[in-house]
Design a protein around this ligand. Structure first.
Ligand code: ADP
Ligand code: ADP
Length: 226
C-alpha cells in the first residue's frame, strides 16, 4: 500500500531519515517503534505527504505522492496525532464532519455515517455537540479517530494516538483500537514508543534508530533475531 525507496529527509543540517526502504502491506497494521527523535513522526508525515523527501520516493497504492496527485491521494488516508489536533472552536460533530461537508455530502449521507462512527468508537452521542475543551483526553482521541475515518479511507496513519493518555484510558483504547482495526481491515501505520502496545496492536513491527531501520518483521522474527 505504501512503498518507500531510499528515502532521505533532513531538517537543515540534521538528518532525520537516512535511506529508508520499506513497504507497508495493505490491510495490515504496522508499528513504527524506536526512541524519541529516531524519525518515526517524520516517516509518517512523509507517508501522508505533509513532508516531501530530499531524496528517494514515496508511493501510495503504486502512485508517487507528488503535488499533482497529493490532494486526491490524501483523501484516501486518515491521520491522527498525539494531541488529537482537533479544531478547538468547532464541536466534536463539526470536527468529524468538516471534510465531508466541504466535499458537499448531504445530511442524509452524513448522519448515518456519524452514527456508525460513534458506535464504532464508543463515543457518547451527547458528546457530539461539545467542544474539545469540554471532553476528556480519551474522548478527544475518539473524536480524532472518527474524523480520520469519516471519509472511509483505505489507510490510517496514527502518530502516538494514545501517548498523552492516562494508563487506564490508554489500555481501554488499545483494546478498542484492536477491535476497530480487526473490524475495518484497513492499512494502519502506528507510531509508538511502547513495545507492548506495538506487539498488542500490530502484525508487523519496524524498529528504527537514528533515522534508519534497524529491523522489520513480525514480532516473533524480532524476538528470535540474533
Ligand atoms: P520521532 O518521531 O521518532 O521522535 P521525529 O521524526 O520527530 O522523531 O524527529 C527526527 C529528528 O528530526 C529528531 O532529531 C528531531 O529533533 C528532528 N526534527 C523533527 N522535526 C524537526 C523540525 N521541524 N525541524 C528540525 N528538526 C526536526
Ligand atoms: P514527536 O517526537 O512526536 O515528533 P516532538 O515533541 O519531537 O514530537 O516535536 C514536536 C514538533 O516539533 C514537531 O512538529 C517536530 O517536527 C518539531 N521538532 C522536533 N524537533 C525539532 C527540532 N530539533 N527543531 C525544530 N523543530 C523540531
Amino acid at each position: 500500500m505504501f512503498a518507500l525507496d531510499q528515502v532521505c529527509k533532513r531538517y537543515g543540517q540534521a538528518t532525520a531519515l537516512d535511506g529508508i526502504t520499506l513497504t507497508f502491506e495493505r490491510g495490515r497494521t504496522t508499528a513504527l517503534i524506536g526512541p524519541s527523535g529516531c524519525g518515526k513522526s517524520t516517516l509518517l508525515r512523509l507517508l501522508i505527504g505533509l513532508l516531501t523527501p530530499d531524496a528517494g520516493s514515496v508511493r501510495f497504492d503504486a502512485q508517487p505522492l507528488e503535488a499533482a496527485s497529493l490532494r486526491r491521494l490524501r483523501q484516501r488516508m486518515g491521520y491522527v496525532i498525539q494531541q488529537g489536533g482537533l479544531f478547538p472552536h468547532l464541536t466534536a460533530r463539526q470536527n468529524v464532519t468538516l471534510m465531508a461537508r466541504h466535499l458537499g455530502w448531504s445530511q442524509a449521507r452524513i448522519a448515518p455515517r456519524l452514527a456508525d462512527l460513534t458506535a464504532l468508537t464508543h463515543f457518547p452521542a451527547d458528546g457530539l455537540d461539545r467542544f474539545p475543551s469540554e471532553l476528556s483526553g480519551g474522548q478527544n482521541q475518539r473524536v480524532a479517530l472518527m474524523r480520520a475515518l469519516m471519509l472511509d479511507p483505505e489507510a490510517l496513519l496514527l502518530d502516538e494516538p494514545l501517548g498523552a493518555l492516562d494508563p487506564m484510558i490508554r489500555y481501554e483504547l488499545q483494546e478498542e483500537l484492536k477491535q476497530i482495526f480487526a473490524t475495518l481491515g484497513k492499512t494502519v501505520v502506528l507510531v509508538t514508543h511502547d513495545l507492548a502496545e506495538a506487539a498488542f496492536l500490530a502484525h508487523a513491527i519496524v524498529l528504527m534508530r537514528a533515522g534508519r531501520v534497524v529491523q522489520a518483521g513480525c514480532l516473533t522474527d524480532l524476538m528470535t533475531a540474533p
